[in-house]
Design a protein around this ligand. Structure first.
Ligand SMILES: Cc1cc2nc3c(=O)[nH]c(=O)nc-3n(C[C@H](O)[C@H](O)[C@H](O)COP(=O)(O)OP(=O)(O)OC[C@H]3O[C@@H](n4cnc5c(N)ncnc54)[C@H](O)[C@@H]3O)c2cc1C
Length: 386
């Protein structure tokens, strides 16, 4: 089987590993001149490590990551501590439980795994601009005029996917956009009280800010999300501090103080959709941000991405029939899992993760206040998401 993957981000590489390990020939087509991860830090829940283990890179990511001990929610305007969760330490040799990493710390082990697989071929400078399905194959057109044909196409091309412009996916216009402003701050510039091994989420009415230390405790990763963005699209553009502060006019003194420590800011916008586009049609599958709507807690994407890749690989093992049947199985599985996961999340139970890693929550103020409602119920799962 020959599978074309458009996009060499975390979802494209994870898909290539999942399918390449099963002996399929995989061509990963990345528009950029290099396979590299952009962005700053990510939070990893135990579930992410289980998925990375299934892709064979769990230990490599563990070695690079930093264990997190606690998750705090604060009111973004008053600074009041709303809720605090002590995250469980390593259990039964499974370490770390909750962690943070640079995005590169996930991307690079996946890239290494791709290099080690003879069946996976990585092509940089290969922007996919179009695709056509035929009865027994699918052809992609690249920006430089080349065409490539495979048995299936996986669109791992992020939140501005080609699929969003194709009538068959019926994406329609998004409800709006969110904007995320991100930076890393050298730890020596950060006030002592924000240097602990915790993820802290400051919640406002239409915004939230989260921060956590990165491996080696050398930097604090900060991500500030405006839930409704008006204005032009941002694609990792550099923005100055004044622009960041202007996006959060209601922010309280303490959270503002933290933002002012950041020097080098970049910003992204992502379309907001109520529901996923779906995961497969015919010989074309979506993985990662191309399939999932940007959630308000945009930092949750990594778990969805890894689940997509692992499940796509699993469908190739378990489903019977041709390519379209296997992809239809993948789509059905993911639809069910995402529906289940969202229901669990909404009910405050988080994603099912076995019993060992349940955190101990210490609500400082009754649940259901504006801040907890905006950030979601505090569970091990939401701790990793914020
Ligand atoms: C603004 C924002 C901030 C986020 N912050 C966090 C965070 O802090 N922590 C966290 O865990 N998650 C975060 N997420 C979510 C997480 O980054 C994503 O869910 C995850 O990285 C998506 O991976 P992906 O591979 O699907 O997409 P991407 O990472 O976007 O990768 C897509 C890749 O495809 C390539 N590509 C695009 N179009 C084409 C094309 N036509 N042809 C060829 N290649 C193409 C791109 O160059 C890119 O390499 C954030 C998401 C957004 C939108």
């Amino acid at each position: 089987m020959r599978i074309l993957v458009a996009g060499g981000g975390i979802s494209g590489l994870a898909t290539a590993v999942a399918l390449g390990r099963r002996g399929h020939e995989v061509l990963v087509l990345e528009q950029r001149p290099l396979f590299a991860a952009s962005g700053t830090g990510i939070s990893l829940a135990p579930h992410a490590f289980q998925l990375l283990d299934r892709l064979g890179v769990g230990d490599a990511v563990r070695e690079r990551s930093l264990t997190i001990d606690a998750f705090h929610v604060r009111d973004g305007s008053t600074g009041e501590l709303v809720s605090s969760v002590a995250l469980p330490a390593c259990r039964r040799g499974a370490c770390p439980t909750h962690a943070t990493a640079h995005r590169l710390d996930v991307h690079e082990p996946l890239l290494d795994a791709c290099w080690e697989l003879d069946s996976v071929h990585l092509h940089a400078d290969s922007r996919v601009v179009d695709y056509t399905e035929h009865p027994g194959s699918v052809t992609v057109g690249l920006a430089d005029g080349r065409t490539l044909t495979g048995d299936a196409l996986v669109l791992a091309d992020g939140s501005h996917s080609l699929a969003h412009h194709r009538p068959e996916w019926a994406a329609g216009a998004p409800e709006g956009h969110l904007a995320v402003y991100r930076t890393v701050i050298p730890m020596e510039l950060v006030a002592d009280r924000w240097q602990d091994r915790a993820t802290t989420c400051w919640v406002g009415r239409q915004w939230h800010i989260s921060h956590h230390p990165l491996p080696d405790d050398a930097y604090l990763s900060v991500s500030a999300t405006r839930h409704h963005h008006t204005g032009g699209g941002l694609f990792g553009d550099r923005v100055d501090l004044e622009q960041v502060l202007a996006a959060f006019p209601e922010i309280g003194y303490e959270a503002r103080n933290l933002l002012t420590t950041g020097r080098h800011w970049r910003a992204w916008t992502a379309p907001r959709r109520r529901t996923p586009l779906g995961w497969a049609r015919g010989r074309v599958a979506l993985v990662g941000d191309s399939a999932h709507p940007a959630r308000l807690l945009a930092a949750s994407g990594i778990h969805d991405v890894l689940e997509d890749a692992v499940e796509l690989g699993a469908s190739w093992d378990t489903a019977e029939g041709g390519v379209a049947d296997r992809l239809a199985d993948y789509a059905a599985q993911r639809e069910e899992q995402v529906r289940h996961g969202h229901a669990e999340f909404a009910a405050g139970r988080g994603r099912p993760q076995g019993g060992a890693d349940r955190p101990h929550a210490h609500p400082v103020r009754p649940a259901g206040t504006a801040a907890t409602a905006a950030c979601g119920p505090v569970t091990s799962s939401s701790a990793a998401r914020c």
